[in-house]
Ligand binder design. Structure first.
Ligand code: DX5
Ligand code: ZN
Length: 224
């Protein structure tokens, strides 16, 4: 089963509640919230206040992708505002295990992300402890970038590691995913697809974009 996780970074923020409701009505089960601090990535985005507003409007599973230099400073705030999964970046943590344990202590899911230039093997030691491994398919910082061509090979390697260390762990991809690139990510082994521009800026509208991506469940079997 492939899950679509709309990234609200690409939404129209003046219509955020309505756009999330449209995605929910179209059948998605989760939402992706991109948090950027201007240090780990050269951009700023949103903080816990956005999650607070969203949580009052939706029961969707909310994942928080922390693209920040000091994730330990912010995890508690996002958890208190209703995050269901917190994803931290491997690149900023010498050893992510204490922070992952801290996140899990709150009874929510924990994930680790890696940038396109980090070897996927860096995730091996975390896999037994996490619910989701995020393989970035663009360099983080901005929506609307092109899917990096080396990604499928990385996804395949990560899927092999997951099979060996924790088969229940989700493999998520993030960046440049749309109806064209999604099949490549899914055939390589991804089972959760973050999609920003491909949903919120789709010319046919949010619901139609989601339906097109959901059709992948019929067209492709994961991990093939
Ligand atoms: C990139 C973010 C992504 C981004 C994806 O820094 O982590 O979640 O919103 O956007 P698209 O789908 O537009 O590439
Ligand atoms: Zn993201």
């Amino acid at each position: 089963m492939i899950h679509i996780s709309p990234s609200i970074l690409a939404a129209d923020f003046s219509q955020l509640g309505a756009q999330v409701a449209e995605a929910e009505a179209a059948g998605v089960q989760r939402l992706h919230v991109d948090v950027m601090d201007g240090h780990f990535v050269p951009n700023l985005s949103m903080g816990p206040v956005v999650l607070d507003g969203l949580r009052a409007h939706t029961k969707l599973f909310i994942e928080v992708h922390l693209m920040v230099q000091q994730p330990a400073k912010f995890t508690a705030a996002f958890i208190s505002k209703g995050a269901d999964l917190v994803i931290v970046h491997h690149e900023v943590l010498e050893d992510a295990r204490p922070l992952l344990a801290e996140i899990k202590k709150h009874g929510i899911q924990a994930g680790v992300a890696i940038n396109p230039n980090t070897p996927v093997e860096a995730l091996a030691r975390y896999l037994p402890l996490i619910d989701l491994a995020l393989c970035m398919t663009v360099f983080p910082g901005f929506g609307g970038q092109a899917f990096l061509p080396e990604s499928p090979e990385r996804i395949t390697r990560l899927r092999q590691l997951i099979a060996a260390h924790n088969p229940k762990c989700d493999l998520e991809v993030d960046g440049g995913i749309d109806a064209k690139t999604a099949p490549r990510a899914v055939s390589a082994g991804a089972n959760v697809l973050v999609v920003g521009t491909g949903i919120f800026r789709h010319l046919a509208g949010i619901a139609a974009a989601i339906r097109e991506l959901q059709a992948l469940n019929g067209d492709l079997s994961p991990h093939g």
